[in-house]
Design a protein around this ligand. Structure first.
Ligand SMILES: Cc1cc2nc3c(=O)[nH]c(=O)nc-3n(C[C@H](O)[C@H](O)[C@H](O)COP(=O)(O)OP(=O)(O)OC[C@H]3O[C@@H](n4cnc5c(N)ncnc54)[C@H](O)[C@@H]3O)c2cc1C
Length: 418
């Protein structure tokens, strides 16, 4: 069996590793001229880390990222709304990792090259469309101005939020949907905070400030490569010729600083200082797409952001692409027919992902700080009087169950904020 994969992102490359392990031949087509280690911080939830561990990548994850120990939700004054342990510290069998997206992509890419060979990825080659008959699928490719074809038993569209494979299946869908919120993101060297394994999300409806370490500093144990993000709704409805869903657009200080300057008073970091210290950072329009009625059509299916682009809240984008990859490869390994395997993958993954897309639209687990800010915009003396433990737990843990990463016996939930 041979699988054609459109896109060498985290989803496409992880799929290649699982298919190879299942004895299935793959060929990957990547639009850009090289697999570049782009992006900033990303979180890998334990269920996805468990799958990467099956692929033998735990040591590489440890070398590249940080085992997240605790997540703190706070208001804009740094008053704690909710805190919980994560990963192994929360009772999971494997860690949660906070990691640079480029380093994560790099370590998966190196595993693909080592195991499948240099020639398995054809860079500078876009999948433009496909045709299928009862026994094969033909992908139409564009490479250096030439039109080429590749034939395989199945085609997996792992080509991201602007997927050409999805556009061929749903030609009338149009652009991603923007909810009016911008996300500014950057990473820089910064002094370690607490144990160097703690993540914090502060603020509320007006603006959120996210802060977490994503890598050790080889030259200085007191420093961390630290990720920050600001999520806020600018007044303009379409700032400066926005390209929806563009992860690489540079950010501008005068756009982001008004959302944090004089607003956040956190004892662990001054947001203005870390943003100014970062140099180049990026802005991203918070986009998703409407969940689809179907991903798999005969020998063609969708995976990762091509299948279920979602707002980047709740740490699910890359993790769910990895879960897709494993699920699809398992069905292909165990079912004789490609069509049946792709149908089973669709039936298992699609409804679950639609629920997360909808939950992220409501704010995801970060909804807990929105709730508290709406009721106590100037801070509180007792969080319990603003929102009860049970109410806050419902927001955070309800999301974890939905996204499939709730620990069976959570340890440390809500410590100190009852
Ligand atoms: C440059 C970049 C930076 C990112 N930075 C962050 C970040 O900092 N934080 C975060 O949370 N998420 C980031 N993301 C998104 C995150 O990687 C995804 O949400 C998640 O990993 C799911 O990955 P995916 O493989 O489905 O999609 P993607 O990571 O988007 O990968 C899709 C791949 O397909 C390729 N492609 C697109 N069209 C075609 C085509 N027609 N033919 C062949 N190849 C094609 C793209 O070049 C890309 O390599 C970034 C994505 C990109 C592309």
């Amino acid at each position: 069996m041979k699988a054609l994969i459109a896109g060498a992102g985290i989803g496409g490359l992880t799929t290649a590793l699982f298919l190879h392990r299942a004895g299935i031949e793959v060929e990957i087509f990547e639009r850009t001229d090289a697999v570049r280690e782009l992006g900033v911080g990303i979180n890998m939830l334990p269920h996805a880390v468990g799958l990467l561990t099956k692929l033998g990548l735990l040591d590489a994850l440890d070398a590249a990222g940080i085992r997240t120990r605790e997540l703190i939700y706070a208001n804009r004054f740094g008053q704690i709304v909710w805190r919980e342990l994560r990963g192994i510290d929360a009772g999971h069998a494997v860690p949660q990792f906070s990691i640079h997206r480029g380093r994560l992509l790099g370590l998966i890419h190196r595993a693909v090259i080592d195991r499948l060979g240099q020639n398995v990825i054809r860079t500078g080659c876009s999948v433009m469309g496909f045709e299928q008959d009862g026994s094969k699928v033909t992908a139409f490719l564009s490479e250096a101005g030439r039109t080429l074809q590749a034939r395989g038993d199945l085609l997996i569209g792992a080509d991201g939020i602007h997927s050409k494979v999805r556009a061929k299946l749903y030609p009338d869908e149009g652009s991603p949907i923007w909810n009016g919120v911008m996300l500014w993101r950057g990473a820089t060297r910064w002094p370690q905070w607490q144990d160097g394994r703690t993540m914090a999300i502060a603020g509320g409806n007006h603006a959120k400030f996210v802060f977490y370490p994503i890598g050790n500093d080889p030259d200085d144990p007191a420093m961390r490569l630290t990720n920050w993000a600001v999520m806020a709704r600018p007044r303009e409805t379409a700032p400066r010729n926005l390209t929806l869903g563009d992860w690489s657009r540079p950010g501008e200080l005068e756009q982001v600083l008004p959302f944090v300057r004089d607003r956040f008073h956190l004892d662990y970091v001054n947001p203005t200082e870390i943003i100014r210290a970062t140099g180049v950072f990026h802005e991203y329009s918070n986009c998703d797409r409407e969940p689809l009625p179907r991903w798999s059509f005969g020998r063609v299916t969708l995976l990762g952001d091509a299948a279920h682009p979602m707002y980047p809240v709740g740490s699910n984008g890359a993790s769910q692409a990895i879960l897709d990859a494993h699920c699809l490869a398992e069905y292909l390994r165990t079912h004789g027919s490609v069509e049946v395997a792709l149908g089973a993958y669709d039936a298992e993954r699609r409804p679950a992902m639609a629920q997360i897309v909808h939950a992220n639209r409501k704010g995801g687990p970060e909804g807990v700080i929105d709730l508290v800010e709406a009721r106590a915009p100037d801070g509180f003396d007792d969080v319990e009087a603003v929102a009860s433990y049970v109410e806050r737990e419902r927001v955070v843990r309800g999301y974890a169950s939905l996204a499939g990463f709730a620990a069976d016996n959570p340890k440390g939930a809500g410590v100190g904020v009852r």
